[in-house]
Design a protein around this ligand. Structure first.
Ligand code: ADP
Length: 351
């Protein structure tokens, strides 16, 4: 059975075609600049048409969907009711869900009769206990507006946690795992007995760790303070927190860890500071997640920085487990969200 995995973003579509259950990658690619001025690719429909000309024999399509609120804790077969729900979730994921949905609707038109499955970034974190996902805000905001921690990168955290257990030849149900997904977006998850029990991203992917351009945890009072000081409107403050902050904001140089490493070596003080703040925040979360699970057996690093930046991994790990009698295994596991989506879509259809 051939499963086509689609990751449809606002101006790009990534795809990978898998032969299942062998998990061989038959083809893959990226369509960019969708809807941008001067681009031949007007919309997602045109982009997907180009992809479908390059692949054949598709039996199932697996779509990455960023936000599933509390409605989706598992992959689901897409029908009109699911499409309506994904559209509703766009109210709290305006940057992502509409683009994901555009990919789904284009596939529906172009591949009539072919089953489509939605796999949600938030689904793995639906096992968080209420005391981990409720914010210290009026409780009715949760009930009325769905304001709570959701967490993201779920497919990646789930994949690397299972890979860690497989490599160690131990049942995941017996392991306390901390997974660090460090890419442009960064998040960290405590996986106890195979279940996500806390994660650093929140209602949106802005909370938690310092990221390439996102600020992560800050004093919430700063939002209005900065708005007043800099005379920013809602849109502008959103841009500052999401696009002008993090590694880029602190260093004033770049959001790219490779550039910052080089600048740091050359003695740049702000590059050094950005790297220190980045690693310090991760250390704090690792300590917190070790405490809430009552220990840690495995620490996993994944994604661009996690997989490639040995110096950063070393900086994060230095001294953090010195107080533990039994030291955890520390692993680097390349993430493979597409494969996880293909597996989940395949499993659902086979059932
Ligand atoms: P995204 O979240 O956009 O998928 P990535 O997972 O590619 O991003 O991560 C981007 C970050 O990873 C950047 O800070 C970059 O410096 C770092 N990175 C990516 N590839 C490498 C590499 N081969 N060597 C060192 N650092 C890398």
């Amino acid at each position: 059975m051939r499963v086509l995995v689609i990751n449809s973003g606002s101006s790009s579509i990534k795809y990978k075609l898998f032969q299942m259950p062998k998990e061989d990658v038959i083809s893959k690619g990226l369509i960019e600049k969708i809807g941008e001025s001067g681009s031949k690719i007007r919309d997602h429909y045109t982009g997907l048409k180009m992809i479908l000309e390059k692949v054949d024999g598709v039996s199932v399509v697996g779509h990455r969907v960023v936000h599933g609120e509390e409605k989706f804790e598992k992959p689901v077969l897409i029908d009109n009711a699911v499409i309506r729900e994904i559209r509703k979730c766009a109210a709290i994921a305006p940057l992502h869900n509409p683009a994901n949905l555009a990919g789904i609707l284009a596939c529906k038109k172009l591949l009539p009769g072919i089953k489509q499955v939605a796999i949600f970034d938030t689904a793995f974190h639906q096992t968080l206990p209420d005391y981990a996902y409720i914010y210290g805000l009026p409780y009715e905001y949760y009930k009325k507006f769905g304001i709570r921690k959701y967490g993201f990168h779920g497919t990646s955290h789930e994949y690397v946690a299972h890979e860690a257990a497989r490599i160690l030849k131990k049942p995941i149900k017996e392991l306390k795992i901390i997974t660090c997904h460090l890419g442009n977006g960064c998040s960290i998850t405590a996986v106890n007995k195979g279940k996500s029990c806390d994660t650093s991203m929140g209602f949106t992917p802005l909370e938690g760790l310092i990221m390439g351009t996102r600020c992560g945890d800050i004093d919430p009072a700063l939002v209005t303070y900065i708005m007043k000081k800099k005379r920013l409107d809602i849109h502008q403050i959103d841009e500052v927190l999401n696009k002008e902050s993090g590694l880029k904001g602190i260093s004033g140089i770049s959001n790219d860890m490779r550039v910052l490493e080089k600048k740091n070596k050359a003695g740049d003080m702000r590059a050094r500071l950005a790297l220190d703040v980045f690693s310090y925040r991760i250390k704090k979360y690792i300590g917190a997640y070790t405490a809430i699970m009552g220990g840690v057996d495995v620490l996993v690093f994944t994604a661009g920085i996690g997989e490639n930046q040995a110096r950063m991994r070393e900086k994060i790990c230095r001294g953090i487990f010195s107080y533990l009698k039994k030291k955890p295994d520390i692993m680097v596991i390349p993430t493979n969200e597409e494969l996880m989506i293909a597996r989940q879509a395949f499993r659902l259809i086979r059932r």
